[in-house]
Design a protein around this ligand. Structure first.
Ligand code: PRP
Length: 209
């Protein structure tokens, strides 16, 4: 699938979108014209096009070769376990994946020694974290608004991203443990990097400049 002539770069919508677009613009590569609601967008460089996808989908697009390169967070990347290259840390989108629980509750022991339920968008990373510490938990996979789960009794704890900490604070939660420090990275399809090496190298040099 990576045999397309153009270099296709998957960009995640949401948290990293603006900074990623800015970084490419500084490298002289911007969407050509008004993208509107188009998901596959030509760029100012005729050899390069952008693909706009959900953050969690960037690793699979790049691993499969549907996109040659992508910009994603290491949180999403590690959760996906995708087999891609990581040629460049981009130096933005810093945050951390943490365990948090209600400020008023005891941690980590729960009353009566019951097993904690943990709500998260990152079930693989959360499961691995608690398993490596030998702490049994029940993982509840949710798609977003994770911070509300303890308030509603869905879970005792959450595993989620923290940037400013405002969302945790606004929902009465305290950060208890860091699982992973995260940031934006450029990821590349293995075959594409071999087949289009010159263009990959040129792009990275322009992004680093
Ligand atoms: C992330 C994360 C938290 C929030 C943390 O959500 O899941 O909810 O940001 O940021 P803060 O510490 O600065 O308050 P995001 O906006 O990426 O999207 P989501 O709604 O899909 O979780």
């Amino acid at each position: 699938m990576s045999g397309t002539t153009k270099l296709r770069i998957a960009l995640a919508k949401g948290r990293l979108q603006d900074q990623a677009a800015e970084r490419f613009a500084r490298a002289g590569i911007a969407p050509a014209g008004d993208a509107g609601r188009k998901l596959l967008v030509p760029s100012s460089d005729p050899r390069i096009e952008f693909l706009s996808v959900k953050p969690g989908d960037v690793p699979v697009y790049v691993e499969s070769g549907a996109a040659d390169l992508g910009v994603t967070g290491t949180d999403v990347l590690r959760e996906s376990n995708a087999d891609v290259l990581e040629p460049l840390e981009l130096g933005f989108g810093f945050c951390r994946l943490v365990v948090a629980s209600p400020a008023a509750a005891s941690y980590p022991a729960l009353p009566g020694g019951i097993t904690a339920r943990v709500a998260t968008k990152y079930p693989r990373l959360a499961r691995a974290h608690f398993a490596s510490a030998g702490r049994p938990v029940e993982i509840i996979h949710v798609g977003g608004s994770v911070e509300v789960a303890p308030l509603l009794g869905l879970a005792h704890w959450i595993v989620d991203l923290v940037d400013t900490g405002h969302t945790l604070k606004a929902n009465g939660l305290l950060e208890r443990e860091t699982i992973l420090d995260c940031g934006a990275v450029l990821v590349a399809n293995r075959a594409s990097q071999k087949l289009k090496l010159d263009l990959h190298l040129e792009l990275m040099a322009r992004l680093e400049a």
